[in-house]
Design a protein around this ligand. Structure first.
Ligand code: HEC
Length: 121
């Protein structure tokens, strides 16, 4: 009887865990989709695959760390007004209307892309 109870509890726990994992994965897929839509206007400079940029002074974004991208986008929003802001006329114009949710989604999407960024050893 005790073993039966243990098994049922384990199965219930497993079912709950599987449901939670699926919910987490689909939330991430959602973010990727929202991010994908939000970066349509970025393609002109950063390149269709975010690896081949329009100019070599334009940074590659594909595969970049998510946290770094969030930090960079918020810094362009702050501009010179805040501490640790980034003062760039081109990017300031691109990020003004982005919400924190969009920034998070953009960073999730860009991070998910195949990248040619490498660390030289
Ligand atoms: C008109 C060209 C142009 C467009 C459009 C553009 N960018 Fe940029 N982006 C640049 C340039 C130039 C830089 C480098 C600016 C600097 O020196 O700080 C940059 C820098 C960045 C960086 C910092 C990367 C790093 O390695 O620090 C991020 C992130 C970024 N852009 C994201 C975006 C996103 C997201 C969009 C669309 C919403 C976008 N950009 C649209 C030209 C553009």
């Amino acid at each position: 009887m005790m073993n039966m109870m243990n098994m049922m509890n384990k199965n219930t726990l497993l079912a709950v865990l599987l449901t939670l994992t699926a919910a987490g994965a689909s939330a991430n897929n959602n973010k990727v989709e929202i991010g994908k839509a939000a970066v349509e206007k970025c393609v002109a400079c950063h390149g269709a695959n975010f690896n081949e940029t329009l100019d070599s002074s334009y940074p590659k974004l594909a595969g970049q760390h998510k946290d770094y991208l969030i930090q960079a986008l918020k810094a362009y929003q702050r501009g010179v007004k805040g501490t640790a802001g980034r003062n760039n006329a081109i990017m300031a114009g691109q990020v003004q209307d982005l919400s924190n949710e969009q920034i998070e989604a953009i960073a999730t999407y860009l991070n998910s892309l195949p990248t040619t960024l490498v660390v030289k050893k």
